[in-house]
Write a protein that binds this ligand. Structure first.
Ligand code: PLP
Length: 365
């Protein structure tokens, strides 16, 4: 693949991460063993925990490693199922479908701009414990949610806030404490770390049942021999995050959006164009050309992009995110997501702009 622009699906591993992981993979690392190799494993895990906590404004003992963001999200919803559950309408399927599997959640709508309707949150009854799960940034549009404001509203009503920060972490600064979260999910593979390492941040003092029981790993919260290589790789990726290059990426994407709009004669739609967005994401609809057709066109040009959410086993399903934003089905069915990251160069974004313009020209004939 000449131009990989699907970082919101998964990011390529950073070479420094591969080096750290290779070193670990060559060793027998079980952190429960007392011998030198076991102690090394323990040190690698605890150093990674401290490093990640430091980047997140959390305490080290609040960081619990899991195997995926999906696992962490399931943990929250399934262990707090005794509470009434509220979710925003644009949550990732690992939140939305899990909430729907365990209860009938109160689905909080979003505005046309793709932002949670805080006025609807204000309608929730006061003094009753409940859980709100709200993402920090949406995986399809990149639109950033007002998590701090939501946390204040939720806490004033006696509720708990879980924030799915999987897409935001590594792309914008994320501070667990400043955002007022009780629980937060992060994942390694969206930002240059490996698949298989993620974490749930659990605020100290919160009564919260373990994910898995058995051994005493992860402070008795998630039993099972730790994946030391993946955990160390995750921490390495977090240490290498560079927000300045993310800003540069936003500049390239903004230029692409302007070009595509112009080439389409003003018919292309940039979702969230006026909202606060992740610096790496553009979701653009070209009316009249299906997402599938666009994807194939891009693929033939060696450009890897995605049609909205790619999380459902290769199938393109209607986007529940665009539907929640009131976007009509036909327009939503012509949306394409470009998402870049640490290895993206301007040439990748230029190649995407060129492919889009060629498509717009064909359509105009
Ligand atoms: N939450 C969001 C917002 C996501 O975009 C994703 C993956 O696409 C997940 C959760 C799931 O994370 P993981 O792939 O680590 O299970």
């Amino acid at each position: 693949m000449k131009h990989y622009l699907d970082y919101n699906a998964t990011a390529p591993l950073r070479p420094e991460v591969i080096a750290v992981m290779q070193e670990c993979l060559g060793l027998p690392l079980n952190a429960s063993s007392i011998h030198a190799a076991g102690r090394k494993a323990k040190t690698l895990i605890e150093d990674s925990r401290r490093a990640l906590a430091g980047t997140l404004g959390a305490f080290a003992n609040e960081v619990v490693f899991t195997a995926s963001g999906t696992e962490a999200n399931n943990w929250v919803l399934r262990r707090l199922r005794m509470l009434p559950v509220c979710v925003s309408a644009i949550e990732h399927s690992s939140v939305l479908k899990t909430a729907q599997a365990i209860t009938v959640p109160d689905v909080i709508p979003v505005t046309k701009e793709g932002i949670i309707d805080l006025a609807a949150l204000e309608q929730l009854p006061e003094g009753e414990p409940f859980l709100l799960s709200l993402m920090l940034a949406n995986n399809e549009t990149g639109i950033i949610q007002p998590v701090r404001e939501a946390a204040d509203i939720v806490h004033a009503r006696g509720g708990l806030l879980h924030c799915d920060a999987v897409q935001a972490f590594g792309k914008i600064p994320v501070d667990f404490t400043a955002l007022g979260c009780d629980l937060m999910t992060i994942s390694g593979h969206k930002m240059g770390g490996p698949v298989g390492a993620a974490a749930l941040i659990v605020k100290n003092g919160l009564a919260f049942a373990p994910m898995l029981t058995g051994g005493g790993q992860e402070m008795n919260r998630r039993a099972g021999t730790e994946n030391v290589a993946a955990i160390a790789g995750f921490a390495k990726a977090a240490a290498l995050v560079d927000f300045a290059s993310m800003k540069t990426l936003r500049g390239w994407l903004n230029a692409l959006e302007a070009e595509v709009e112009k080439a389409s004669g003003g018919t292309a739609v940039i979702f969230g164009g006026r909202a606060e967005r992740l610096p790496n994401t553009s979701l653009i609809a070209m009316p009249g050309v299906s997402s599938e057709t666009q994807l194939i066109h891009f693929d033939l040009d060696g450009i890897g992009v995605s049609a909205g959410s790619a999380c459902s086993s290769g199938r393109i399903e209607p986007s529940h995110v665009l539907e929640a934003m009131g976007v009509e089905e036909a327009l939503a069915g012509s949306a394409l997501r470009i998402s870049g990251g640490w290895a993206t160069v301007e040439g990748d974004v230029r190649a995407a702009a060129k492919a889009w313009k060629a498509m717009a020209a064909t359509r105009a004939k």
